[in-house]
Design a protein around this ligand. Structure first.
Ligand code: AMP
Length: 605
């Protein structure tokens, strides 16, 4: 059967997993890592790099890499967004022709879906090395508070990468599946997901394979990068006055400070003090006078916790709101599940324990839980066994803009999805031939405090009196959180429907072009990878031969049917491996390698 994978496309790190012999397992990347940094970049020679290599490149040349692009995917370009981005990422945001966000990296302007496609493409290649054959079917996760446009952009990225998403699943829901499985948990759980760029909280009821989200909340602008930014501010205060202005306005210097801050934050998860040394701080622009400074300092865990306090208060407030939305108290939560790299920070664990009066559940790596859960769900969707039912909720209220700058709500936040809602509206004035129906997302009653998602335009109206042409507007929110809007002129039956995100997705010819480019890159990499697999495989068989000798020896010393079976098993794998070499069959080589690994390292799984 064609393999299926679960992909956690994280802001800072991504992971890919699959189900092997009934258990979810992480697929290591081609460098052996379990997590892949969500960074792509281009070297001076124009070579594309991704993951660890791009992270290393970013240390030296921040203007050549694109980290944390998930923060902007599927969002509409605004000058305010571009301005806010200056404090968190090393690349400028640029408006695309459809109002989408593009970025400038190493001198080239790229749509964000292309960057995500490159990352997804790397994870796909990793999976293909693991399986030794093409992989396209997957479940991809997104933050619960991603809106329709962000979900569609993720789908577009998947299409460009040559992936076929069976479903887009909310990250906390995927994590709950993984934790639920490992801990055989039933009951009411809260998933606390603090990643690099976003914070999500979901309250779920989990019973016999039914995962019902009761409430979901979050802060799309709160994540590890914000904690890093506070350390950066503190570091900037230590830059000598003479240099501070230049350093603050220099992207390369700010990025160096950001990397140093992130490393210090991680170090403080394991020890009470982190030393920070950053050199070459100054104006890196051409024609500068070449004057740079250096800072050497130490950050204690205690002081970091003081710096982080305003952010942790925001985390607690979000938990409180989610509990209120689910109409439960902190003590009604039977299990708290931690997700996201930031939940390794001791202070975050402390505030969670204090607020909920219990220790978070363990048993799974917080930064692997989402990918593992996605893999479990992908496997179930693929073999259509239907053991698991996911019932999610709308993560935002959805409304139509009406007269007086207010909105009329059709779907309320936390309504179970899929959901359909209808309402009837009257055109603004007599004599009107066209009605524009603006669609908003947000919790306010005022349009200017909500986010406009788009508008449906209904033409060819013949309105003599306002009341003559009632227009019926229907919202359909799918179980994946994508929105369809339809408007019908009830007098003529004439209807218009748009996918609300239509505005920021790329034009089809551009998608096709990017897809072809990505496919060409994947073919080239795939060939290199096959060669690597074939070169490495004889060593795998050597190891298996040594294992047979060892097993035979121990079977002689302690004879038993189990010992004989173990010898037989490895011998059979050896035979299959030799045939695979003869046929140059990389899929078979990958299979033999996997089965041997399963036999030799069961505890590592
Ligand atoms: P995610 O988006 O889930 O990959 O989370 C990434 C965030 O977690 C980044 O801000 C990382 O700096 C942070 N992170 C990862 N590992 C650690 C750690 N051991 N200690 C502190 N923060 C970490």
């Amino acid at each position: 059967m064609e393999p299926v994978i679960g992909i956690d496309l994280g802001t800072t790190y991504s992971a890919v997993a699959t189900v092997d012999a009934g258990k979810p397992v992480i697929i290591p990347n081609r460098h052996g890592g379990r997590l892949t940094p969500s960074v792509v970049g281009f070297t001076v020679l124009g070579e594309r790099v991704a993951g660890e290599k791009a992270q290393v490149l970013g240390d030296e040349a921040p203007d050549r890499v694109a980290p944390a692009t998930k923060r902007f995917i599927g969002r509409r370009y605004t000058p305010e967004l571009a301005h806010a981005a200056r404090n968190v990422v090393p690349y400028p945001l640029i408006a695309g022709p459809n109002g989408e966000v593009r970025i400038k990296v190493a001198g080239r302007v790229m749509p964000l879906t292309q960057v995500s496609a490159m990352l997804l493409g790397e994870l796909k290649l990793d999976a293909e090395v693991h399986f030794g054959r093409p992989v396209s079917r997957c479940v991809i996760t997104v933050p619960a508070n991603f809106n329709d446009g962000q979900r569609e952009a993720t789908r577009e990225a998947a299409r460009i990468a040559g992936l076929d998403p069976l479903r887009i699943v909310n990250e906390p829901t995927a994590a709950a599946i993984a934790y639920g499985l490992v801990n055989s948990f039933h009951g009411r759980a809260l998933v606390f997901d603090l990643g690099g760029g976003t914070f999500d909280v979901s309250i779920l009821e989990m019973e016999d394979g039914v995962y019902e989200v009761k409430a979901s909340g979050g802060d799309p602008n709160l994540g590890g990068d914000d904690f890093d930014a506070r350390i950066v501010q503190w570091l900037l205060a230590q830059v000598p006055d003479l240099y501070r202005e230049a350093v603050m306005n220099d992207r390369v210097s700010v990025q160096r400070l950001r990397y140093a801050a992130e490393r210090a934050k991680r170090a403080l998860s394991d020890k009470p003090e982190a030393f920070i040394s950053v050199s070459d701080l100054g104006n890196h622009a051409e024609g500068n006078d070449g004057r740079f400074c250096q800072i050497d300092t130490a950050l204690t865990r205690e002081f970091f916790e003081t710096l982080a306090e305003p952010l942790t208060k925001r985390c607690v407030a979000v938990c409180q709101q989610a509990l209120e939305a689910a109409k439960v108290g902190a003590s009604d939560i039977q299990a708290v599940m931690l997700v996201g790299g930031m939940t390794r920070v001791p202070l975050i664990r402390q505030i969670v324990s204090r607020f909920f009066g219990q220790k978070p559940v363990s048993g799974i790596n917080p930064d692997e839980a989402v990918a593992l859960g996605a893999a479990v769900h992908a496997a179930e969707l693929s073999n259509k066994q239907g053991h698991t039912v996911l019932i999610d909720v709308a993560t935002h209220s959805l409304s139509v803009g009406v007269l007086g700058g207010t909105v009329r709500r059709l779907l309320t936040k936390n309504t179970p999805v899929p959901a359909t809602a209808k309402d009837t509206f009257l055109p603004n004035r007599a004599g009107q031939t066209q009605a524009r129906i603006p669609v908003y997302q947000g919790e306010s009653d005022y349009a200017d405090e909500c986010t406009k998602l788009g508008e449906v335009v209904l033409s060819d109206l013949s309105v003599e009196h306002r009341s003559q042409v009632p227009i019926e507007v229907t919202f359909e929110l799918s179980n994946e959180g994508t929105l369809g809007v339809r408007a019908v002129d009830t007098t003529t039956g004439s209807a218009q429907s748009i996918r609300i995100d239509a505005r920021t997705t790329l034009a089809q010819p551009e998608v096709d072009k990017l897809k072809a480019e990505q496919a060409a890159y994947a073919t080239e990499q795939g060939e290199k990878n096959s060669k690597l697999v074939m070169d490495a495989f004889p060593r795998v068989l050597d190891k298996a031969e040594r294992l047979v000798r060892l097993l035979e020896q121990s079977a002689q010393e302690n004879p038993s049917p189990a010992a004989d079976a173990a010898v037989g098993q490895v011998k059979s794998l050896l035979a299959q491996g030799r045939i695979a070499i003869k046929l140059a069959d990389t899929a078979q080589m990958a299979e033999v390698t996997r089965l041997l690994e399963r036999l030799t390292a069961p505890s590592a799984r």
